[in-house]
Design a protein around this ligand. Structure first.
Ligand SMILES: Cc1ncc(COP(=O)(O)O)c(C=O)c1O
Length: 383
């Protein structure tokens, strides 16, 4: 079965960028989705204090500390007006990625169908393959605002589907969901008995003052699914591996049950720091979003000045750029690496509907992004 796991497409990209750096080139790496700023001090300090507390040197409770689940519930009520029962509607996860893979093992048997966005985050495929389930791709196109069109899903696939992954703000397209789309999602999921797993990894990152919607704000959402929220991006905590799932109590119970057999929850000090992040001051989040927005404006504004017709993302820290005539996503990414020493992710790595685009991460400073624009200008592609 391990042989059938999808190839980690982006490992090759990381390798090529490393080679170019090792050869002495000044490479601007905009290919990955790793936040470039450190975790805010007050969160690091909470970890340091908690690490010194012998209570955290013991096994934590199997399903995580109650104080963290209560902090999650408080966070959802404060941010989204969504009320959660901490012990029944919250599961603590070792990062969002783990939860996304686990939930498929919980809900699908071999041969069952899962609906996945295309382009989409490749870890959805990994979980589906591990469960020996079948994947039905939902195209995300510019014409539909990069939202799936439920009317165009094959009726046999809709009838067979048991699970659907969604992700807004979206990686890789930067699209955000609307209330109407989430209402249609609940309706479609109810009609076909599908569990919706909304990957809310970029929850905090919405532009022009708009806070991205939680799926759980939609009436009926809790009956039809869960949302997975990671602290990786909101609080620059990607290395800490802490996230949580919230929503439908029966799905939450399944996740907890599976995890009872795999882990004894996260290091207590990480749980303490996560609770501090969720309940403490949120100015660090606002600063983070403002920083990404300034970078977005520099990149998009700069590229438009070159004559490249690009859309600004509504959320996430990615820009999804159509490749110029005559290139594939791979050949264009190769050109940028070879000629401008700028690394971008070819859209094909996110699925067949990613062809024709490259993804650029806003995970470098304004200066570096401006420098990337300057180098791209030097290629004279858009004159
Ligand atoms: C769309 C999406 N979902 C989930 C994740 C996983 O985040 P983590 O495992 O750090 O919680 C990422 C990380 O890049 C992502 O881009």
């Amino acid at each position: 079965m391990l042989q059938s796991l999808p190839k980690q497409f982006f490992a090759a990209l990381v390798g090529r960028a490393a080679l170019a750096s090792a050869a002495g080139h000044d490479v601007i790496n905009l290919g990955q989705g790793n936040p470039d700023m450190p975790t805010p001090d007050h969160i690091v300090e909470a970890l340091q204090a908690a690490a010194a507390n012998p209570l955290n040197h013991k096994y934590p409770p199997f399903r995580g500390h109650s104080y963290l689940k209560e902090a999650v519930a408080g966070f959802y009520e404060r941010e989204y007006g969504v009320v959660l029962e901490p012990e029944r509607e919250v599961a603590i996860l070792f990062g969002g990625k783990t939860g996304l893979v686990e939930v498929v093992q919980c809900l699908l048997n071999p041969g069952d169908t899962a609906l996945v966005p295309d382009p989409g985050y490749p870890d959805y495929w990994s979980g589906i393959e591990l469960a020996r389930a079948v994947m039905e791709r939902m195209p995300l196109t510019a014409a539909n605002g990069f939202l799936p069109d439920y009317g165009s899903i094959r009726p046999e696939a809709a009838a067979a589907a048991k699970l659907m992954f969604l992700n807004y703000p979206n990686n890789p397209t930067g699209a955000v969901a609307t209330e109407e789309f989430f209402r249609k999602t609940v309706q479609f999921a109810e009609e076909h008995g599908i569990c919706v797993v909304h990957d809310f990894a970029y929850a905090a990152i919405g532009y022009e003052g708009r806070q991205p919607l939680s799926y759980l704000q939609t009436p009926g959402a809790k009956d039809t699914g869960i949302e997975i929220y990671t602290l990786s991006k909101t609080y620059n905590m990607a290395g800490w591996r802490v996230a949580f799932a919230v929503g439908n109590p029966s799905v939450i119970e399944s996740l907890n049950l599976l995890q009872d057999h795999m882990y004894v929850s996260l290091f207590g000090a990480v749980q303490k720091a996560a609770a501090t992040a969720l309940s403490g001051p949120q100015t660090c989040v606002q600063e983070n979003v403002a920083r990404y927005e300034a970078r977005r404006n520099i990149l998009i504004g700069g590229l438009r000045e070159l004559g490249w017709k690009v859309e600004a993302p509504g959320g996430s820290f990615f820009a999804w750029l159509p490749v110029p005539e005559g290139y594939t996503s791979q050949s264009f990414a190769d050109l940028l690496l070879d000629e401008a020493k700028v690394v971008v992710a070819p859209g094909i790595g996110f699925g067949a509907y990613g062809e024709g685009y490259v993804r650029v991460g806003l995970v470098s400073s304004e200066d570096r992004l401006a420098e990337a624009v300057k180098r791209i200008a030097g290629l004279k592609l858009f004159v």
